[in-house]
Design a protein around this ligand. Structure first.
Ligand code: HEC
Length: 133
């Protein structure tokens, strides 16, 4: 009886951690199932810094427009002025731990920055770059 309790307690504590550590690999596996090749942090870094031109306003947009180039520092939303917590998981352990959150912001931020959704390959590359920061 006591042993069962220990096992159950261990499972309760281990489960959320396992899920967290997995968000990135889970998404990358999903992208590969959709046809992406192996992922490159270098390609992710290039895309992160790449300028795109908004056809309507002529404004230059990049991921760094809001997240800044130093991902260990807080960013600032270019439109609302709202502070964005640092993106680097090394200084912000909550980063990139929730599949739902990552998906939601990829859609929103790729559309705003690139004018289209990112491909599975691009998203996997971006995660490969961001996860090691
Ligand atoms: C217009 C401002 C803005 C731009 C440009 C922007 N982001 Fe973001 N991003 C945000 C905000 C706001 C959040 C949500 C708040 C937060 O997570 O701190 C966010 C969150 C994210 C997240 C979720 C992180 C997590 O912990 O789950 C990812 C991934 C992300 N952005 C990637 C990108 C990528 C890739 C680009 C470029 C294609 C980009 N962002 C461009 C504002 C921006």
């Amino acid at each position: 009886m006591k042993r069962k309790l220990v096992v159950i307690t261990a499972l309760i504590f281990a489960a959320p951690m396992a899920v967290q550590a997995d968000a990135i690999s889970q998404l990358q596996a999903d992208y590969q199932a959709k046809g992406a090749e192996s992922f490159s942090a270098a390609a992710g870094e290039v895309l992160w810094n790449k300028p795109f031109k908004d056809p309507k306003s002529g404004q230059e947009r990049r991921c760094t427009t809001c997240h800044t180039t130093d991902l260990t520092q807080p960013g600032k939303h270019t439109r609302t002025g709202k502070v964005i917590e640092p993106m680097a998981p090394s200084v912000n352990p909550k980063r990139l731990t929730e599949v739902k959150k990552i998906k939601k912001w990829f859609v929103r931020n790729c559309k705003w920055t690139l004018g289209r959704e990112c491909t599975a390959q691009e998203k996997g590359d971006l995660l490969a770059f961001l996860k090691n920061l």
